[in-house]
Design a protein around this ligand. Structure first.
Ligand SMILES: Cc1cc2nc3c(=O)[nH]c(=O)nc-3n(C[C@H](O)[C@H](O)[C@H](O)COP(=O)(O)O)c2cc1C
Length: 141
């Protein structure tokens, strides 16, 4: 069997391509072991989606975080240099990958590693950001 480079290629000839893509994306996000957050690109980066793994990781329910900024996860020990780098990267439309101390709903801290990917529309404007996050507290630095 020919190895497919893009997952889309597997289904591109199916007449239900769009529907299947939606289902695939939905299942990947809902069942992911990693935490996933989608924000709007506007001021404060309001959250529009979190998956179940985000709720498990942070202790927040989905309705509690809708419209809020992911900066609710930050606190006194969060490294400002990392956040500056994040701002610089996403303002320039680049991927961000970093680690910083974050805080759960109950105030307990953990080491968050996360990536942020800018999502462009067909006019090449950034409309959303997608973040993939995980707890790396148990990993050596
Ligand atoms: C999609 C997305 C996910 C984010 N996830 C986190 C996160 O998990 N932890 C964190 O400390 N900051 C996260 N941030 C960063 C904060 O939301 C915020 O952008 C950052 O603190 C800079 O904003 P400020 O200049 O107002 O402090 C995320 C930002 C975006 C756009």
């Amino acid at each position: 069997m020919k190895v497919k480079k893009y997952v889309f290629d597997i289904f591109e000839h199916d007449e239900d391509f769009k529907f299947i893509m939606k289902r695939l994306l939905e299942a990947s996000m809902e069942e992911s072991f990693n935490s996933i957050v989608i924000t709007e690109a506007g001021k404060g980066y309001p959250i529009v989606y979190v998956n179940a793994a985000f709720c498990e990781l942070t202790g927040y329910g989905p309705q509690e975080v809708m419209g809020k900024s992911p900066s609710i996860l930050q606190g006194p020990k969060t490294d400002e240099k990392v956040i500056k780098q994040l701002n610089a990267n996403i303002a320039a439309g680049r991927l961000f990958h970093g680690k910083a101390i974050n805080y759960r709903r109950d105030g307990s801290e953990f080491m968050m590693e996360w990536k942020i990917v800018p999502i462009h529309n067909d006019k090449d404007q950034i409309t959303h950001y997608l973040a993939i996050q995980r707890d790396v507290s148990d990993q050596s630095p």
